[in-house]
Design a binder for this molecule. Structure first.
Ligand SMILES: Nc1ncnc2c1ncn2[C@@H]1O[C@H](COP(=O)(O)OP(=O)(O)OP(=O)(O)O)[C@@H](O)[C@H]1O
Ligand SMILES: [Mg+2]
Length: 258
């Protein structure tokens, strides 16, 4: 493989108080890959994303982007959270514009890009609304628009659609796939849903229970849009179900043992 877009090399993270969240995480992610991370609750998925975003420094190991160690946060690696994290005092348009105003993109170009992104995510008629006047699905659209308008090479998404109803979730999944295919962004996407991982990913990484490490790494070579009932697809689904169930079982046993 050529230099990976992002690589996790021997990552360990111990929180103050002694919780070993992740240990020995080694993972290489190629340019433009859509990698989904699955694993039991508390296995360190969010911690891994926070480390990749630069919010946290691992207690051991190194994350590299294009072969160079990352240092702190950067517009090259943007994060989209489950809980939207919009600025409540700004309109939709201002929220999407905000990041661009911190860059050197000239104002008229920035406005044009925001306009295009609002159109792509079907937000044009909501441009002047405030987050409190939007549904959960709309808020998540704004959060995605806000990140994608900056055209980051890497997008880190932490269960971004978990709080949405099934129909809105599917619509946003399709919109995200469209944006990803158009922009060639490298995406690392955490989900609890095997279906979601299979629908979106070019690869699924299953993590062990805490301390999280890579348990299985499965390429998904199915064409988009995904045909969800072919024998090959169902076979991978079964494989993932048994991997995740086994880890979940061990996680519950470990919890019960204290
Ligand atoms: N700031 C913190 N201080 C101490 N322990 C923490 C902190 N943040 C997370 N942890 C612990 O580290 C472990 C991993 O947490 P993390 O949030 O990364 O898991 P996760 O896989 O994202 O879980 P979930 O699926 O529930 O979102 C958990 O046991 C959690 O309780
Ligand atoms: Mg989490």
């Amino acid at each position: 493989m050529s230099t990976p877009c992002i690589s996790f090399n021997g990552i360990q993270h111990i929180f103050p108080g002694g919780v070993v969240a992740i240990d020995h995480v080694n993972l290489e992610i190629g340019q433009g890959q859509f990698t989904c991370l699955l694993g039991p609750s508390g296995c360190g998925k969010s911690t891994l994303l926070h480390i990749a975003a630069g919010f946290q420094t691992p207690t051991q190991g190194q994350v590299c982007m294009q072969g160079s160690p990352i240092q702190g946060i950067s517009p090259q690696r943007l994060m989209v959270f489950q809980e939207y994290a919009l600025f409540p005092w700004m309109t939709v348009e201002a929220n999407v514009m905000f990041g661009l105003q911190q860059t050197r993109v000239p104002d008229c170009q920035a406005r044009e890009r925001v306009k295009q992104m609002l159109a792509l995510l079907k937000l044009r008629e909501f441009a002047d609304r405030y987050p409190k006047d939007l549904s959960g699905g709309m808020k998540q659209r704004v959060a995605i628009a806000r990140a994608m308008v900056l055209a980051p090479p890497i997008l880190l998404m932490d269960e971004p659609f978990a709080a949405l109803d099934a129909l809105t979730r599917r619509t946003l999944q399709d919109e995200l796939l469209r944006l990803w295919q158009g922009a060639g962004t490298t995406i690392l996407f955490v989900t609890h849903s095997i279906e979601e991982a299979l629908y979106l990913g070019t690869r699924v990484v299953v993590m062990t229970h805490r301390p999280g490490a890579v348990k299985a790494d499965i390429p998904l070579d199915f064409a988009f849009p995904r045909q969800t009932s072919t024998p090959a697809y169902l076979q991978v689904k079964e494989q993932l179900e048994s991997l995740v169930m086994a880890e979940q079982h061990q996680y519950l046993q470990a919890e019960a043992a204290g």
